[in-house]
Design a protein. Structure first.
Length: 355
């Protein structure tokens, strides 16, 4: 509304003062217009009260991480960190996704997943193919006293050692994986041509039935299936790793290289949470009982199996020398991989681990 000052009429020839009633009306109109004009003027707004600053952690919020794993004992430390709140303590909200074949996850890193469980052969082949994938932490190692997997032959197959594997039909969790590569290398060291061994990919839970039914002669057995096969009287040929090195890194945590370099501090918090979970396990007693409950929940193992299965040896150290050993194993098996293992490790994580 436009406010126009009211003036007394000054028509020509009219010098008479307004009559009183008219004067009263005019004053009233002037007062009303003054109020209306005042309402149109912008009022001086009081300065807003300064808001209380949120604590730094609350302002940043929890870091969202999507992590892939396999439903086996190798994923135990990850799930302990998740269930016992160690990720939360380090400002991480982890979304855990089960994968049946971890070798297929690498192309999804940096897109669908931030971090994944991976193996040495997966990482080396990815680097050889020009993919930017790096190891950010260790996970498990295999030792002669506590092997990560065992090669077990059917009790009536007539196979008693790696030297007898020629012509054998073997069930493998993943054909490109470390277990199969380790077994083929071990057989080669015994004079067996790896090309004469028929390897088929079979999910680990199906190995006992396939072996019992005579569909395969040999199982590359993970726990808890290795223990059950031994209890059933089948023949242990050995483990696929001690012939390579003892101890030997078998699987670890990997990520897209660019993502890892852009999120070094987040990677460090992820490692710290896993370290707390490892310490939790090492304490034994009630902690181990709780960890076995967690193992049963995420693997679906029967309670009696989860309570008695042999747990892996967890070691978060990044073992670069072991990566070089695996490069040589693949080359011995006529895979022409050519990578610099330093390029396969997140530099800051490697330094933190003492490599």
């Amino acid at each position: 509304m436009t406010c126009i000052p009211l003036r007394r009429s000054s028509a020509a020839g009219d010098s008479t003062l307004l009559r009183r009633p008219h004067l009263m009306v005019t004053i009233l109109l002037l007062a009303l217009l003054a109020v209306a004009c005042a309402a149109e003027e912008p009022a001086d707004e009081p300065d807003p009260e300064p808001a209380d600053e949120a604590p730094e952690d609350d302002a940043e919020g929890a870091e969202q991480l999507s992590v892939a794993y396999v439903p086996a004992t190798t994923g135990l430390v990850l799930h302990v960190a998740h269930e016992e709140g160690f990720f939360e303590d380090h400002g991480i909200e982890a979304d855990l996704t089960e994968a049946q074949n971890i070798s297929e996850i690498i192309p999804a890193l940096g897109q669908q997943f931030d971090i994944s469980l991976g193996t040495a052969t997966d990482l080396i082949r990815a680097g050889d193919a020009g993919l930017d994938v790096v190891q950010i932490s260790g996970n498990t190692i295999s030792t002669e006293d506590n092997p990560f997997a065992r090669i077990i032959a059917r009790d009536d197959a007539g196979i008693e050692s790696f030297a007898d594997l020629q012509g054998a039909r073997v069930a493998s969790p993943t054909i490109p994986g470390v277990i199969n590569m380790g077994m083929l290398y071990g057989a080669q060291q015994e004079g067996v041509d790896p090309d004469t061994i028929e390897v088929i990919q079979v999910p680990p839970p199906n190995h006992p039935d396939q072996l019992q039914a005579g569909q395969v002669d040999v199982s590359q057995a993970l726990e808890p299936f290795a223990t059950s096969l031994v209890a059933a009287g089948h023949v242990v040929l050995g483990d696929p790793f001690s012939v390579i090195a003892d101890p030997l890194a078998t699987n670890f945590w990997i990520a897209d290289g660019q993502w890892a370099r852009d999120n070094v501090e987040v990677v460090e918090r992820f490692r710290e949470a896993l370290e707390e979970a490892t310490e939790f396990l090492e304490a034994g007693g009630e902690n181990e009982e709780r960890a076995r409950e967690i193992l049963q929940d995420f693997t679906g193992m029967p309670p009696e199996v989860a309570q008695n299965v042999v747990l892996p040896t967890f070691d978060l150290e990044i073992r670069e020398d072991d990566l070089q050993i695996w490069v040589e194993v693949l080359q011995e098996l006529d895979e022409p991989v050519d990578v610099d293992t330093q390029d396969l490790i997140l530099e800051e994580a490697g330094e933190e681990a003492g490599t």
